[in-house]
Design a protein around this ligand. Structure first.
Ligand SMILES: [Zn+2]
Length: 404
């Protein structure tokens, strides 16, 4: 008799579960229809520059070419704007190499501008919250520009004005190696300046004057604390996660998150697998070795492609190492519990290593929203996480730049 009743209940349970999921999706759709969603770190320009035939205006399939961002998929996913990164892996710091880095950066700016122009009926280049909202209202996607690695600035701070005029609104001072501006969290040689250099200090002042946000992702802990002391405007970590949940130097400690928040800043959670969930020691070593090689300036696009394929193979050897949407939201939860709802955002690092089951590409971002709803976040909270917090920092940097 008991078993008979159970059989009657199973279909009912499945049916009601289905109903719950449908209701959550409907709610998520409603939130995305109203919210202004912004991601602070998108590496689409890497594919735009290096991948033969890649057109960011055309729809691609992640399963076919491994790419995660294009304009049609942004639209499909409810992703309103992304900061496209002008990224350069650190190379030599001679005057010639610096000049070459600047030339390369200018080419990436040009490529981004061209791609926006070619899709001007659906996409706009935006530099302020106001411009972003206006584009959104006109039914267009927004492309903001950030620079990952201050190397192209070289030792000539007048370059900042040039980049600003091209639409640049944040700079990650250093990438995986130390440069003339700052120490990096990733340099195998360790600290060189003991934080931010003298030149870096002047660079931050000039960024404050112009209204370019200082991005503290990738920096060493000392450099982070230097930035907090030096910057007159709030800053953000465009793609960093929590060290308390995943103990790697690239992530932020609880103390860093608290200091960042106390100055009005935001940490935008990074979706790179081994920054969300620590892989087994053996895998971690291989990942690190490959990643360091990928990030060297002299690594060719072909080599990078091969290294990335190798990286994926290593990761999927242990599927339990690959994080899910739940792991992402654990990091968001952690920041919220630590400093409240106003200091967390999202910087997925798509096309730069983002690897989460359930959010394979930008068309799937609603799964984050659904998980947030499941954990009791309100629509208002979710709007803050998905964009409002980031737009606040951008607006404040702009305001401080205008106050002389
Ligand atoms: Zn990065």
């Amino acid at each position: 008799m008991k078993y008979f009743l159970l059989f009657l209940l199973i279909p009912f349970a499945i049916f009601s579960q289905d109903k719950v999921e449908k209701r959550l999706l409907k709610k998520a759709d409603k939130i995305h229809a109203r919210a202004y969603t912004v991601d602070t770190h998108a590496d689409a320009p890497i594919n735009m520059m290096d991948m033969e035939g890649f057109d960011v205006g055309a729809k691609h399939k992640y399963e076919e070419d491994g790419t995660q961002i294009d304009f049609p998929r942004m639209k499909e996913g409810g992703m309103d704007a992304m900061f496209f990164a002008v990224y350069l892996g650190q190379g030599k710091r001679t005057p010639e190499a610096n000049a070459e880095a600047k030339e390369k950066a200018l080419k990436i700016f040009q490529k981004i501008h061209e791609s926006v122009k070619q899709n001007s009926d659906k996409v706009a280049l935006v530099t302020t919250a106001k411009e972003g909202f206006a584009a959104h209202k006109a039914g267009k996607l927004g492309v903001f520009i950030g620079m990952e690695n201050g190397w192209p600035v070289g030792t000539d701070l007048t370059n900042l004005q040039t980049f600003y005029d091209l639409g640049l609104r944040y700079i990650t001072l250093a990438h995986s190696f130390n440069n003339d501006l700052s120490d990096s969290s990733g340099d195998p040689e360790g600290a060189e300046h003991g934080g931010v250099s003298k030149l870096g200090e002047a660079c931050i002042a000039e960024m404050n004057r112009l209204g370019i946000v200082v991005d503290v992702s990738h920096l060493s802990d000392s450099a982070f604390y230097d930035v907090m002391r030096l910057s007159k405007a709030p800053v953000f970590a465009s793609h960093s996660s929590c060290r308390a949940l995943c103990d790697v130097k690239r992530n932020m400690t609880d103390d860093m998150i608290k200091v960042l928040a106390s100055k009005g800043g935001v940490i935008q959670i990074n979706f790179v697998a081994d920054f969300l969930k620590k892989p087994s020691a053996e895998v971690a070593v291989s990942i690190k070795t490959i990643r360091m090689q990928t990030m060297k300036a002299e690594t060719t696009p072909e080599e990078k492609k091969r290294l990335n394929a190798e990286l994926r193979q290593i990761k999927y050897k242990y599927p339990s190492d690959v994080p899910t949407v739940k792991d992402v939201v654990n990091h968001i939860d952690h920041v919220v519990q630590l400093v409240g709802i106003d200091h967390v955002g999202i910087g997925m690092d798509m096309d730069g290593g983002s690897d989460v089951i359930g959010i394979e590409d930008v068309s799937k971002i609603k799964n984050v929203t659904i998980e947030l709803l499941r954990r009791g976040y309100s629509a208002k909270d979710i709007r803050k996480i998905w964009g409002e917090n980031t737009m606040r920092v951008l607006s404040q940097a702009e305001k401080i730049a205008q106050m002389k």
